[in-house]
Write a protein that binds this ligand. Sequence first.
Ligand SMILES: [Zn+2]
Length: 272
Amino acid sequence: MHEHQQRKQLLQIAHLCYERRLLVAMDGNLSVLLPSGDVLCTRAGCHKGLLTDDDLLVVDRRGNKLRGSGTPTSELKMHLACYDERPDIRAVVHAHPPISVAFTIAGISLARCVLPEVVLTLGTIPTVEYETTGTDALAARIGPWIREHDAILMDRHGAVCVGRDLLTAFCNLETMEHTALITKTARDLGGARDLPPDEATKLRQMGLLRYGGPPDAVKKAEAGGHDLPSACTACADPAPSLRMAHVQGPTAAPSALEDAVLREVLKSLGKP
Ligand SMILES: [Zn+2]
């Protein structure tokens, strides 16, 4: 794809992000690798619903501005970290999908195998520990997760989705928010039931072989495995390596702290 086509597509995808309510106001940022190997990205402080070609600028892979006016997005380091970790991807979309972000604030994991289509195409959606937006620390934290996932959530912040082109990265973002909406609705209706672990692992292996994915994950599938963390193959287990993979819900047992607080309250009320 030529640069002028990529510029046009970036504007279309940015407008869609806004129209689909995946970000508001000056939120979010998008980038794509140009045929030259440089990065076309959004500038800081622009409205994605009203994005025009003047809001796009070109930087090199170290973040130095080459063309365009204004300053690059404050999250440029995060985009560059994604490209450094994943030579197979050419686009990064960062947005603040509201239901997905609400899951992180509520401390409820989206790293669960509930929808077959999502397990096939994305695997699980992990939540990465909180870091201040726009910092080196955030970029450093995102990198290793992007190595193994095409869509991740940042605690209390938003989504980072990658792909071989902008449309694929956007589809991953849309799929994430759609998954969050369906999961939330199921929880409102009484609970979200996980796929049986055997079916989840079969689907994921099939999906990686059929549709591809992070190269590390594809290698595992080719060797007869899959990239689902053990938390997904035994959903009830907490997984320290995958933040919030342990789902909190109406059926979850109270934590030791909640238990202790409850006992204190009952004691103060004079009840056993
Ligand atoms: Zn953000």
